[in-house]
Design a protein around this ligand. Structure first.
Ligand SMILES: [Ca+2]
Length: 270
């Protein structure tokens, strides 16, 4: 054999060439068509963490016409116990974040997610997230996370009868006292300006953000001037999954704010 190869060096050259090229001949895996200049820049669709912005910039979510729609996975969750996954069907965007850390029933701030938002239209906004009970089928377990909006004018829970509650230890101004006010502190845990935000529907994605145990109050925030504000979310109950959240003024109905086909708000990288 060796002697024949030495005798016919041209055949040896062709044989070696064919072997060297064989790794590129897989028609299934070769999807680039041999593009010699593939674009190395990640797109938002493949890099949701930090809103598709690179690490040197911050994602800013832009309110428009009194509505903000933010995918939870567009917050920077790197290195935290929030896990991005699509295991539960029917999430939007690139999936959802699920709290995979320990329960933190009385300790807000674990796995801190911050979302910088830009408000052009000041006013009173309602806050609601779309979440899922990711462990079990009990509507009162694995069903809550912490929420704080630290730089707003007011941040509070309000019930249909007008009762208002504030987070414990808040440094924000209270709303002028309303008639018939019963309680100003929510039932259950609240601390350092954080509300425990819960929902109560198992085995389905559900739009609900309530605070005060067994006495559900809806969540509101007042931005009194145009500008940038911060939404903070942190882990509380292991297995609580958040797909996205909305903020909307009274010019938008809850049905319109939470429609499946709403596009997420524009993101600027700054
Ligand atoms: Ca999502």
């Amino acid at each position: 054999m060796i002697a024949k190869i030495l005798k016919y060096p041209i055949y040896f050259f062709l044989f070696s060439f064919l072997i060297a090229c064989s790794g590129d001949d897989d028609p299934v895996n070769d999807e680039t068509g041999g593009d010699p200049n593939p674009d190395p820049t990640p797109t938002p669709d493949t890099n949701p963490n930090n809103g598709g912005c690179d690490n040197a910039t911050t994602a800013v979510f832009i309110e428009k016409d009194g509505l903000l729609t933010v995918e939870s996975e567009n917050g920077n969750f790197s290195g935290s116990s929030w896990k991005l996954t699509q295991d539960i069907a029917d999430s939007s965007g690139e999936g959802y974040l699920i709290w995979d850390g320990d329960d933190a029933f009385n300790k807000p701030g674990n796995g801190l997610l911050t979302y910088k938002i830009r408000i052009a239209n000041p006013g009173t906004y309602r806050f609601i997230w779309r979440s899922y009970i990711g462990i079990g089928t009990n509507g009162t377990e694995h069903n809550d996370s912490w929420l704080r909006i630290p730089d707003a004018k007011h941040f509070y829970g309000k019930k249909g009868n007008g009762n208002i509650v504030y987070p414990n230890d808040t440094t924000l101004d209270p709303i002028a006292e309303s008639a018939g006010q019963q309680n100003t502190s929510p039932n259950g845990s609240s601390k350092e300006g954080w509300f425990k935000i819960y929902m109560n529907k198992a085995s389905t994605w559900h739009w609900q953000s309530s605070t005060s145990d067994n006495d559900a109050h809806d969540i509101f925030v007042v931005f009194d001037t145009p500008g940038d504000y911060t939404i903070e979310i942190s882990g509380r109950s292991k297995g609580h999954a958040i797909d996205k959240f909305v903020l909307f003024t009274e010019t938008t109905t809850q049905n319109d704010a939470t429609k499946d086909d709403n596009v997420k708000s524009e993101i600027k990288c700054e």
